[in-house]
Design a protein around this ligand. Structure first.
Ligand SMILES: C[S@@+](CC[C@H](N)C(=O)[O-])C[C@H]1O[C@@H](n2cnc3c(N)ncnc32)[C@H](O)[C@@H]1O
Length: 185
């Protein structure tokens, strides 16, 4: 599927020093948010052996999970980000077209906010189909401080709104974690 003309997740988004710069291996610009280790600890503590990372970007999470023994793959729409994933099982796929592989844990960290609201219900159905045990979710929530505005964000809603949409799609809220919220199916 041709990527949307309205905005590209390219150099300007990921790496331009004057741009958004919201994604780095040692943090994402929002304080001490470091999801990679949190994800590894989560998988270890729950006995998760397979994972899909939707919106995997440069593959940092997939790499950490693989190193810790979790069979992980990643999908992203950004050719730019994927060009950094050489050697990793990360490939181009748009979550709006489905999730190519199912897994015990599906990570959707900081990705669903780039959809249009009217696309969300179908995407959550896709995610629900792909999720064997857990959905790990994070987003920018309306009202949260953000040093640099994100020019590509399409959904700006409070946390309760997201939780309502996820539970309506069949995910059971388990708890709010430091780096992501945990949902079960
Ligand atoms: C803020 S980054 C988040 C990266 C990583 N998941 C994290 O939490 O650090 C958002 C990523 O979502 C990807 N993305 C945006 N829309 C997408 C879609 N419809 N399908 C798959 N990936 C998408 C972007 O290319 C980008 O790599």
């Amino acid at each position: 599927m041709a990527w949307r003309a309205r905005g590209e997740f390219g150099y300007e988004y990921f790496d331009d020093p004057d741009g958004y710069r919201g994604y780095h291996q040692d943090g994402n610009g929002d304080g001490d948010y470091l999801p990679w280790q949190a994800a590894v600890e989560f998988c270890r503590s729950r006995g998760v052996t397979s994972a899909v990372d939707v919106g995997c970007a440069k593959g940092f999470l997939v790499a950490e999970l693989l190193t810790s023994g979790v069979d992980a793959v990643g999908y992203d729409v950004s050719a730019y980000a994927l060009s950094f994933t050489r050697g990793l099982p990360c490939s181009r796929a748009d979550v709006r077209d489905g999730v190519p592989r199912a897994a015990e844990a599906v990570f959707a960290l900081g990705v669903l906010l780039y959809l249009d609201e009217h696309e969300l219900a179908d995407v959550l159905t896709n995610l629900r189909r792909a999720t064997g045990r857990f959905l790990l979710f994070s987003s920018y929530y309306e009202g949260d401080p953000q040093d640099v505005p994100d020019p590509l964000r399409r959904i700006t809603r409070p946390g309760d709104w997201w939780r309502g949409r996820l539970t309506h799609a069949g995910f059971g809220f388990d708890h709010r974690g430091k780096c992501f919220d945990v949902y079960t199916v």
